[in-house]
Design a protein around this ligand. Structure first.
Ligand code: SF4
Length: 437
């Protein structure tokens, strides 16, 4: 399940088999009709709102590694936060090695409560419908486990490392919970009391459903640097199907955009953005039109490739075909950083990219630099277009990488070109891509 490689296990779960009829040709994109989430089941009363964890009330004893065979301790933010497996390895509180990359540059701190997230997003491993099956702190999220750690311990380690810290950014990830806004403020205050935001800048991955403009202003005043909104779905219809009434979830497209506009006003150009998941039933044109809209507002898009998260309402569906993903990844990079506009691109009848709006030699250069195919997210200290948040293998298994958490090498670029079906037009050899990690 996870990307890390402890001594005892190497788990590299491939995507589940695509839900295609026997004998059908593999698709080169995930169409709307195929990508229907399952309906959520209602958990029994005794499992709702973290009732098991509350009833057992097991006191936490330091770091908790997710384990479905023991009683989950009673842990709450702001005293406790969860972090990705990659962040826990980098912080040194968990053993393991990452495949082909030394560490992560982003310390993501996820708020945690026994009641968990109250939303039911169809693609998410943290969703409420899993209450019967697994306690919140034991749920997988973007393909990995999320250990729970005392906030003070995490801050202590980073504060002691000072300028030598491997982290280029910290990100507070909110969830849908009545205490999420106030506890985000508490975590941010505790962090900035000990860690200089100019050494490790802070991003907020927001939960617009519970927020108002004043909350956005407060986070900016307290030293947050970038504010992002996880739209995740690229169109209002897809949002409703995967995050709204379609799955008995409380989110609305209009509220997410309201907070996104506040973020633009309060945080300013280049300091706000949106997450988008590619391959949930939207077209490539839909995604790239949204990317353009964000750039025109002054923001950025951070992109994920859809992967059928185990236990989610979409775990029976196919991962995004690599050719669809590569086309959108490349198109997004050109719009975000290459000065190309979506209206210069060409699309076929099914909304797939058929022309990137650049002469082939220039397109070759962009492909060969490889940055377009790296994980996208808030910037770190290497370059504006290189994300601190590399989320190693959060959207694919290491055997079939979607977002590269490192600079792709020559062999990776050959694979990428095959997936894109773009052969190099130039004759002169190009230098190998620069490995800024
Ligand atoms: S609000 Fe976020 S954490 Fe909660 S279910 Fe939706 S995507 Fe998952």
């Amino acid at each position: 399940m996870s990307c890390y490689r402890p001594e005892t296990a190497v788990a590299d779960a491939p995507a589940p088999a695509a839900a295609l009829p026997a004998g059908a040709k593999p698709l080169d994109h995930n169409p709307w009709d195929l990508m229907q989430p399952r309906a959520p089941a209602r958990p029994p009363k005794e499992a709702r709102n973290g009732a098991r964890v509350v009833a057992n009330h097991v006191p936490p004893q330091g770091v908790y590694l997710p384990n479905n065979n023991v009683l989950t301790p009673f842990m709450r933010s702001p005293e406790y936060v969860q972090m990705s497996t990659a962040a826990a390895i980098t912080l040194g509180i968990m053993p393991g090695k990452m495949y082909r990359c030394g560490c992560t540059r982003c310390l993501n701190l996820l708020l945690t409560y026994p009641e968990g997230c109250r939303a039911n997003c169809a693609y998410c491993g943290l969703a409420r419908h899993r209450e019967a099956e697994r306690d919140y702190a034991d749920r997988n999220f973007i393909r990995v486990d999320w250990p729970a750690v005392p906030l003070a311990q995490a801050i202590d380690i980073v504060a002691k490392d000072g300028a030598k810290t491997p982290f280029h950014r910290m990100c507070i990830s909110m969830i849908t919970h009545p205490r999420s806004d106030v506890d985000t403020v508490a975590v941010l205050k505790a962090w900035t009391d000990r860690v200089d935001p100019s050494t490790v800048p802070v991003s907020i991955l927001s939960n617009p459903t519970t927020m108002e403009r004043d909350d956005v202003v407060r986070l900016r005043e307290l030293g947050a640097d970038i504010f992002t909104v996880a739209l995740d779905a690229a169109t209002p219809e897809l949002f409703e199907r995967t995050r709204g009434r379609g799955v008995q979830s409380p989110h609305s497209w209009s509220k997410y955009w309201e907070i996104l506009h506040h973020a633009r006003d309060v945080f300013g150009p280049q300091h706000f953005g949106a997450h988008i998941i590619v391959g949930m039933g939207e077209t490539e044109r839909d995604v790239l039109t949204l990317v353009q809209e964000l750039v025109d507002l002054g923001g950025h898009s951070h992109m994920f490739c859809f992967f059928p998260e185990q236990g989610s309402l979409m775990d029976h569906l196919p991962a995004t075909p690599r050719d669809q993903w590569r086309r959108v990844q490349l198109g997004r990079y050109l719009i975000d950083y290459g000065g190309v506009r979506v209206d210069q691109m060409r699309f076929d009848d099914e909304g797939r990219v058929s022309g990137f709006g650049l002469p082939s030699g220039e397109l070759d250069d962009v492909i060969d630099r490889g940055v377009a195919f790296r994980t996208s997210g808030c910037p770190g200290k290497f370059a504006d277009d290189v994300s601190a948040c590399d989320r190693p293998y959060g959207d694919s298994p290491p055997s079939d990488i979607a977002s590269y958490p490192f600079a792709p090498n020559r062999s990776d670029l050959k694979t990428i070109r095959k997936q894109l079906r773009i052969v190099p037009q130039r004759t002169a050899p190009v230098p190998p891509p620069e490995d800024v990690n």
